[in-house]
Design a protein around this ligand. Structure first.
Ligand SMILES: O=C[C@H](O)COP(=O)(O)O
Length: 252
């Protein structure tokens, strides 16, 4: 269960939120061996989150929302994978629809960023998803599979099995409009089948596939009940400790 904070929460608010989340999960005797809980704050919060999580030996993991394709050097405004690794980051979101839309990130760039994450010992959360027009035209599965083919290009089976895929229909992001559990299952299953075709059945089974798009505590259980949905990438509802802890305890 990953909470993508997007451009919300300064570092002081981040400390408050992570402490609150930890408290809620501890009170509920949360089993981190069963469900991984990941917070994905803005870059400016990561050092504070690291200090807190490591200092209090919390079971919570944390990630970054983006990474540079460059190793180091004159790239003003960029943050490298080695910098993130040094901060104990476990996951890096790549190819979020907001990066694709506002920063013109194409499948090739998403693929390079996922490669950079893997090469530096972190797990990419590779996002894919269709807009409303594509969905209305009934081309959503083909659209997403093209993103998957491009995003995974050049990866070994072992690297794919280590990666996370997040299916996020753009029309359901931040809109309150949730894809039905059946919609989520249809595309997540198609992604798994494609990984099986590109690699093998074991790799397809091992790859974690998340659904994202207006996930809340009230709808998470139905979504998680679907066979090919292994978790959720949560935006707005991850900004509140009680709500996100309920989402993480979807089966409680
Ligand atoms: O990365 C998270 C997704 O974009 C979903 O955001 P949302 O839960 O606010 O719809």
């Amino acid at each position: 269960m990953a909470g993508n904070w997007k451009m919300n929460m300064d570092h002081l608010e981040a400390i408050h939120l992570v402490q609150g989340l930890h408290q809620e999960l501890t009170d509920a005797n949360f089993d981190y061996t069963k469900t991984e809980v990941v917070v994905i704050p803005p870059f400016t919060d990561i050092r504070s989150v690291q200090t807190l999580v490591e200092g209090d030996e919390m079971g919570i993991k944390y990630g970054a929302q983006d990474v540079s394709v460059h190793e180091k050097g004159a790239y003003t405004g960029e943050v490298s994978a080695t910098m993130l690794k040094k901060l104990g980051v476990s996951y890096i979101v790549v190819g979020h629809s907001e990066r694709r839309e506002y920063h013109n990130e194409c499948d090739k760039k998403v693929n390079t960023k996922a490669r950079v994450a893997l090469d530096n010992g972190m797990t990419p959360i590779i996002c894919c998803g269709e807009g409303l027009e594509v969905r209305k035209a009934g081309e959503h599965v083909a659209h997403v599979l093209k993103q998957i083919d491009g995003g995974l290009e050049g990866f070994s089976a072992e690297e794919v099995a280590k990666s996370v895929i997040a299916y996020e229909p753009i029309w359901a992001i931040g809109t309150g409009e949730v894809a039905t559990p059946e919609d989520a299952q249809e595309v997540c299953a198609a992604i798994r089948v494609r990984i099986g075709e590109l690699y093998d059945a074991d790799t397809a089974a091992a790859t974690r596939i998340l659904y994202g798009g207006s996930v809340k505590s009230s709808n998470v259980a139905d979504i998680m009940a679907k066979e090919d949905v292994d978790g959720a990438l949560v935006g707005g509802a991850s900004l509140e400790a009680v709500e996100f802890s309920k989402i993480a305890r979807f089966d409680a």
